[in-house]
Design a protein around this ligand. Structure first.
Ligand code: CA
Length: 335
């Protein structure tokens, strides 16, 4: 089925194009209007095509800032291949500074494979899945933790069943050379951008670059260096001798549902540990206070596995079931 999105971009044209994809939108104030989604194509000729996206979630800024800088600074003539860059992919969410689109309330990263007959978020996801993925050899989707989470700066491995594809993915994620590399599959959720890109056969690299809904300088530095490292690894950017990433940092994973700690009831969560600390199964992760019933003792919440504290909730206030902590364990990556 055809995508609803139209554009003046010519993906085969050499050089630099900076323009918009137009998603038709027909609200009360603008019957024949469109939502402009920024896109840049930097085409240096023969070589792989790399799709780079930020703003999948609208409150994660290190990726979009990095991609804006690439659009301004990279000379297409210096590239061996083509970059398709969408720094504010779910533009309505990015302009609102929100995880979800204010138009349809949807999470872009739970919208794949998308639907050309669906809501705004679903139509954008469909364009990425049906038009952009088939053009690309590699995909980098640059996330941070968003408003509700702080996450250690890391490159993400989205696992693939095919061993050859998995080896490509692991090599590219390690080439990013973030302080941590984490295998993370959102508990097997097939609706994420990276899961869809793996199904399309691409070499896929994700990120988590701190979070909290602000702009983190350390996350930004890791992101800017990492994106260039991966482009060099893929052969699109020239490598300078001393900029070769070590690629030998610790590789970890979120081993399953037990890695997540959820609030057992509503209240205010007090975390007992800082990110990066070694924690043990059964050890208290924190406690939930009931502020309007001060005679009630706080309820202690325990880690279910041993490992390293990778992520924790930023907001104090919790509802039952909110994710308050995530633990990673070491992983021996194939290849
Ligand atoms: Ca995210």
């Amino acid at each position: 089925m055809a995508s609803t999105i139209h554009s003046e971009i010519d993906y085969d044209q050499a050089g630099r194009q900076v323009s918009y994809l137009y998603l038709p939108q027909s609200p009360h104030s603008d019957a024949w209007g469109a939502i402009p989604i920024p896109i840049a194509v930097l085409n240096g000729g023969l070589g792989p095509t790399v799709l780079l996206t930020g703003g999948n979630h609208g409150d994660e800024y290190e990726g979009p800032i990095t991609l804006g800088r690439l659009i301004r600074e990279l000379d297409p003539g210096a590239l061996q291949g083509r970059l398709i860059i969408l720094p504010a992919l779910n533009t309505p969410a990015v302009l609102a500074g929100q995880r979800l689109s204010p138009i349809d309330g949807k999470n872009f990263n739970r919208a794949f494979p998308g639907n050309p007959e669906g809501s705004a978020t679903e139509q954008i996801a469909y364009y990425v899945n049906a038009v952009l993925f088939p053009m690309a050899d590699a995909f980098m989707d640059l996330h941070s933790g968003g408003s509700s989470l702080q996450i250690l700066a890391s490159a993400i491995i989205e696992p693939a069943e095919d061993p050859a594809q998995m080896a490509r993915i692991v090599a590219a994620a390690r080439a990013f050379d973030a302080p941590l590399t984490v295998m993370l599959d959102n508990l097997g959720d097939p609706r994420t951008s990276t899961a869809a890109a793996v199904r399309a056969g691409l070499t896929v690299v994700g990120t988590e670059l701190t979070g909290g809904g602000g702009v983190n300088r350390q996350g930004l530095e890791v992101c800017e260096r990492g994106v260039r490292n991966v482009l060099a690894h893929l052969g699109v950017l020239e490598t300078t001798g001393d900029a070769q990433p070590a690629g030998n940092r610790r590789v970890t994973r979120i081993p399953g549902p037990a890695a997540y700690v959820f609030a057992p009831r509503a209240g205010v969560f007090e975390a007992f540990h800082e990110l990066g600390e070694t924690v043990e199964a059964g050890q208290p992760a924190g406690q939930v206070h009931t502020l309007d019933a001060p005679a009630e003792p706080p309820e202690v919440v325990r880690f279910r596995i041993s490992g390293t504290l990778y992520s924790k909730r930023t907001f104090g206030r919790v509802e039952r079931g909110n994710c308050v902590s995530v633990v990673i364990t070491d992983y021996v990556a194939p290849g």
